[in-house]
Design a protein around this ligand. Structure first.
Ligand code: 5GP
Ligand code: MN
Ligand code: MN
Ligand code: MN
Length: 288
C-alpha cells in the first residue's frame, strides 16, 4: 500500500552519494525500510535528470562555517539552509556564507536561496545574545551580523512565496531547550505556540530541529525531536516537505505518507563536512 502510493509519487526524487545510502535509511524506526526502492538514490555525481514539471530543491544544514567544504553541491532551482550556519554567530562567517550563496546562484543556477538560523547563530537572537554571550567571549554586533547575511531570503517565523508563487515556504529557528543556546524554548506550551503560527498552506517547512521520531536519534541518548512540532505537522499543516538539521547524526530522509522529512545536516557529530546535500525534485502538481 505504502509502496504503491509512493511509487505514484516517483517524481519525488532524492539523490546522494551511494556511500551514505545505508546510513540515510537506517536511522529511523518509523521510516519503512522499503522506502529505498522508491526514492531514486544515486551517486550524486551521476547528475540524474530533473523530471519535467518539478522544482529541484537542494537542502543543506549545520554547516557551522564549513559551507565551502561540503562534498557536493548540485545545480538546482532553490537552495535551502536549515540553520547553524555559524559556530557562535561570527560576523565573518556570515559574510563568507553570503558570498557563497551569491556564487552558487551564479554557478549552479539557483533562482532562490532560503535560509533560517539555528541555536548556534547566536547573533541572530539579539535579546539572548545581549543577556548571555557578549559578556563572556569575543563579541560581535548583532545588527552588523544580520546585515551581513545577503543573497538569500532569511525566514524567522515567517513565510515566502518562491519560484513565481509555485511554492510556499515557512521557516522557524526554534528548538527545545538544550544547554541554553539561542532560539531555545521549553517543550509544551511555549513551542506549541510557535508551531501554531505555521500557515496551513505551507508546502515546504524549514525548521532548525527535527520533529519527534524523524531523523532525530542522537548517538548516545535517544530521540530528541520536538513532539509539539510533529503534532502540528501531522494533524494540521501537512507540508509536502519538511527540511531540518540540528541532530547531525540523524542525516537522512523518511516519509509518512504525506510529508517527506529531510535531515540535511552536512556536518557529522564530529563537525566534519562529510554529508552531501540532499536533493528533492518536488512536482509542481501538488496532488502528486
Ligand atoms: P548543535 O550543537 O550543532 O546544535 O548540535 C550538535 C549535536 O548536539 C547534535 O548532533 C546532537 O548530538 C546534540 N544535541 C543537540 N540538541 C540536543 C538535544 O536536545 N538533546 C541531546 N541529547 N543532544 C542534542
Ligand atoms: Mn548543528
Ligand atoms: Mn498542507
Ligand atoms: Mn543546532
Amino acid at each position: 500500500m505504502f509502496l504503491a502510493k509512493l511509487h505514484n509519487r516517483a517524481l519525488l526524487r532524492m539523490q546522494t552519494l551511494s556511500s551514505v545510502r545505508k546510513q540515510l535509511l537506517s536511522n529511523n524506526d518509523l521510516s519503512p525500510p522499503t522506502t529505498t526502492s522508491n526514492f531514486v538514490l544515486e551517486g550524486a555525481m551521476s547528475h540524474s535528470l530533473q523530471p519535467h514539471g518539478s522544482s529541484r530543491i537542494v537542502c543543506m544544514s549545520d554547516t557551522h562555517g564549513k559551507h565551502a567544504d561540503i562534498p557536493f553541491l548540485p545545480h538546482g532551482d532553490v537552495l535551502i539552509h536549515a540553520g547553524d550556519f555559524t559556530k557562535i554567530g561570527e560576523t565573518d562567517a556570515v559574510h563568507d556564507l553570503s558570498r557563497y550563496f551569491q556564487q552558487q546562484q551564479q554557478d549552479s543556477g539557483f533562482q532562490e536561496v532560503v535560509c533560517i538560523a539555528g541555536n548556534h547563530d547566536i547573533t541572530f537572537h539579539p535579546d539572548y545574545y545581549e543577556k548571555t554571550w557578549s559578556r563572556h567571549i569575543r563579541s560581535f554586533d548583532p545588527f552588523e551580523t544580520r546585515e551581513a547575511l545577503q543573497h538569500c531570503t532569511y525566514l524567522e517565523d515567517s513565510s515566502a512565496r518562491i519560484l513565481n508563487d509555485k511554492i510556499s515556504v515557512y521557516g522557524s529557528p526554534w528548538t527545545p531547550s538544550f544547554f541554553q543556546w539561542a532560539f531555545n524554548l521549553e517543550r509544551g506550551e511555549a513551542l506549541g505556540k510557535v508551531w501554531g503560527r505555521i500557515p496551513n498552506d505551507t508546502d515546504v517547512l524549514v525548521t532548525h530541529g527535527p520533529p519527534q521520531g524523524r531523523q532525530d536519534v542522537t548517538l548516545h541518548s535517544g530521540n530528541f525531536g520536538c513532539q509539539d512540532l510533529l503534532q502540528e505537522i501531522q494533524d494540521r499543516v501537512k507540508p509536502r516537505l519538511h527540511i531540518f538539521g540540528h541532530i547531525h547524526e540523524g542525516y537522512g530522509v523518511s516519509y509518512d505518507g504525506h510529508t517527506l522529512y529531510v535531515n540535511a545536516s552536512n556536518l557529522d557529530i564530529g563537525y566534519e563536512a562529510i554529508n552531501p546535500c540532499i536533493v528533492i525534485d518536488l512536482p509542481h502538481d501538488k496532488t502528486q
